[in-house]
Design a binder for this molecule. Structure first.
Ligand SMILES: Cc1cc2nc3c(=O)[nH]c(=O)nc-3n(C[C@H](O)[C@H](O)[C@H](O)COP(=O)(O)OP(=O)(O)OC[C@H]3O[C@@H](n4cnc5c(N)ncnc54)[C@H](O)[C@@H]3O)c2cc1C
Length: 371
């Protein structure tokens, strides 16, 4: 297969987040006829938090903006999700993405032309790409493996910087478990400068949400900050941190993102392909989930260009993506060795709220660098 062969390839992409739009961009430029189906009814240009780490060179390569003058300025650190999303969206012809379509089924999934039912109309494709995130509905057509809970939550706070000092950072270790907070500023698409801050907290699985539709724009318990939260933050990191998170709750948003991990053993079955979080999920601590989805997209495009047949190309993509997914998963597991070590019983953060001076864990606190 080469660029000429890819021309006219009918590709359905399920999911219009960073992974889906990345692969839509690269395949569109190869000449494929790309259609993207997205569950949410509208785009994400003004939604989401910030990603701390993004390979901007790779992003420009995906958009085909390789000359310095054609590049839209993308910040080197602290990237608003909505801004990245819009940048990728701008690289596609109008009407490439169809919003409000929940793809629940692939018809004749083992054929060379699997079909998708969109709004009552069945359509055939040469390739169906599941870029539908951690809660993927396409995944089970390819593998029986499912994401596993890591043992900890990431709480994210977003708030306009105006008049709010921070975000403070800090690390505490209690009975061998690390609790960590850190953050950075970023600019939203509307030009508002916001703080983006996170706290990694060991949490029992019963208290976290299962994988969500879109890790950046959905999260659990957004409007229900538990009573224990601010007291625990104060006990862990001090008054300045507690004041910062109170400000997030009052003037911004606090949300909990359960950390789920996954590395698929296989990412291709005939003409069905997994990409991004559908294929591999890692802790935000790795700073590489979206990055890996973008590498998947470029790898698939290169595979299609360099191989004689679509089957060979997909075998190459499978082997490369499975290997990279495993490496990512291993990095994620390393983070879990300190945020939720197997040697420590899983403690609910709510337990930490009860009278610090009287509770057992607190006298054994080892303070490593709270500020
Ligand atoms: C707090 C936080 C910080 C992070 N920071 C970073 C970072 O700094 N750097 C980094 O590289 N990564 C980071 N990540 C990880 C990154 O957000 C994810 O890896 C990335 O969003 C995955 O993109 P995706 O396109 O594969 O899946 P998702 O973003 O999950 O998108 C999947 C899309 O598919 C759609 N969909 C799902 N099911 C269906 C269906 N049945 N039909 C149609 N559409 C469907 C969803 O609505 C969604 O839009 C972070 C994650 C979190 C939570």
């Amino acid at each position: 297969m080469n660029k000429e062969h890819a021309t006219g390839l009918r590709v359905a992409i399920v999911g219009a987040s960073l992974g889906g739009l990345s692969v839509a961009n690269v395949l569109h430029r190869l000449g494929a006829r790309v259609e993207v189906f997205e569950y949410f009814p509208h785009g994400f240009h003004d939604r989401g938090g910030a990603l701390g780490a993004v390979d901007t060179d790779l992003l420009h390569q995906i958009r085909g903006n390789t000359g310095p003058t054609s590049r839209r300025p993308i910040r080197s650190h602290g990237h608003f999700y909505g801004d990245l999303w819009q940048y990728l969206m701008d690289g596609l012809p109008e009407d490439t993405v169809r919003f409000g379509i929940d793809v629940q089924e692939i018809i004749e999934p083992t054929s060379e032309t699997p079909r998708i039912d969109s709004a009552g109309e069945q359509r055939s494709f040469d390739l169906v790409i599941g870029a539908d995130g951690g809660k993927s509905t396409i995944r089970h057509y390819v593998t029986n493996e499912v994401p596993q809970y890591s043992g900890y939550n990431l709480w994210r706070g977003l708030v306009p910087v105006d008049g709010i000092p921070g975000p403070p950072s800090g690390t505490r270790t209690i009975n061998g478990v690390r609790y960590e907070t850190l953050g950075f500023p970023f600019v939203t698409g509307r030009g508002i400068t916001m703080w983006n801050c996170g706290i990694y907290m060991m949490t029992p699985e019963s208290e976290v949400a299962p994988p969500t539709r879109n890790r950046q724009v959905t999260s659990s318990k957004t409007d229900e900050l538990p009573d224990w939260f601010i007291p625990v933050v104060r006990a862990l990191f001090g008054n300045r941190n507690a004041a910062f998170w109170e400000a997030c709750a009052a003037h911004g948003k606090v949300s909990a993102h359960g950390v789920w991990e996954f590395a698929a053993d296989v990412v291709v079955n005939n003409r069905i392909v997994l990409l991004g979080d559908a294929a591999h999920m890692a802790s935000p601590r790795t700073g590489a989930g979206a990055y890996t989805a973008m590498v998947d997209a470029v790898t698939l495009a290169i595979a299609l260009q360099q191989h004689d047949t679509i089957g060979q190309a997909l075998r190459f993509y499978n082997d490369d993506t499975v290997e990279r997914g495993l490496l990512l998963w291993k990095r994620s597991r390393r983070a879990a060795t300190y945020f939720a070590p197997k040697t420590s019983p899983v403690v609910s953060p709510a337990e930490l709220a009860i009278s610090p001076s009287e509770r057992l864990p607190f006298p054994t606190i080892n303070q490593e660098g709270a500020s």
